[in-house]
Design a protein around this ligand. Structure first.
Ligand code: ADP
Ligand code: MG
Length: 257
């Protein structure tokens, strides 16, 4: 993949929790750049600092040392240019699907007609247009997660940050969601940074895989992949039947365990 413009730059970033006498070095000296239109997938053992890394990029956490920049600007807090999707969606239970998705646009005072158009567009993308008048309690887990993704995309963030967004879903729903995300990523030329504990998911979606290790939390390996391109370009291509895919899977498994 040709390198586009640099969107995110982390320089010598560390995160230390606790006091000086009782401190936990969660992230240690990470340097990382994310380029436009990349789909970066992060894998690593539980507790190695994946979520902490995502929260620093999102601007929810300030690094103890080092700096995070977006398009050359220091990240000092959350910003609507960075949309975040967590594992368990927190929708407003008193709002319909449509109103949940429109929420950010309403706050941003986008004209009504544009709000409606955008909301309908993204509800179609996530396959929920016919459910727009429903309330969260009427939806399955997968549908709620799709609302959460639609609600993030509708604001046109430059970067989408996702923390294990599909891990609470059953296997079949998860595959459908992966396809939807790949399609949106291709169509909208989005930049995505996604954490997953599912090695196959990382290989099937990512254009680059980062592998993190625990104590200290560092990136121990990273490589580019193109299975996601192959899957979207060729309907008869099945990564499971590809020896390289199986080799990469084994390599990742060994790196993590
Ligand atoms: P991962 O997402 O890879 O499972 P996390 O980034 O959530 O890991 O957490 C990494 C480590 O940092 C864990 O040991 C966790 O308990 C600790 N940790 C995370 N957030 C905080 C916090 N706000 N205060 C103290 N310790 C934290
Ligand atoms: Mg986590």
């Amino acid at each position: 993949m040709e390198r586009k413009e640099k969107l995110i730059e982390l320089t010598n970033v560390s995160q230390v929790f606790g006091t000086s006498s009782d401190s936990l070095h969660v992230i240690q000296n990470i340097d990382l750049s994310i380029y436009q239109q990349e789909f970066v997938c992060v894998v690593g053992p539980s507790g190695c600092g994946k979520s902490t890394l995502l929260k620093m990029i999102a601007g929810f956490l300030t690094p103890t040392l080092g700096e995070c920049h977006m398009s050359g600007e220091l990240i000092t807090g959350p910003d609507k240019r960075r949309g975040v999707v967590f594992q368990s969606p927190t929708l407003y239970p008193w709002l319909t699907v449509e109103a949940n998705v429109a929420y950010g646009l309403k706050i941003g005072r986008l004209p009504k007609k544009e709000q409606e158009e955008r909301v309908n567009y993204y509800l179609t993308e996530v396959g929920l247009l016919e459910f727009k008048k429903r309330y969260p309690f009427e939806l399955s887990g997968g549908m709620k997660q799709r609302v959460a993704i639609g609600r993030t995309l509708v604001n046109h963030p430059e970067l989408i940050l996702m923390d294990e967004p599909f891990s609470a879903l059953d296997a079949i729903t998860r595959v459908g969601m992966q396809e939807m995300l790949r399609k949106i990523w291709k169509e909208k030329e989005q930049t995505i940074f996604m954490i997953t504990h599912d090695i196959e998911e990382a290989l099937k979606l990512g254009t680059r895989i980062l592998v993190m290790s625990k104590n200290p939390g560092v990136i121990i390996s990273e490589f580019e992949t193109n299975y996601t391109e192959k899957i979207s370009l060729n309907k008869t291509y099945h990564p499971e039947e590809d020896q390289d895919f199986q080799k990469d899977k084994l390599k990742l498994f060994e790196l993590i365990s």
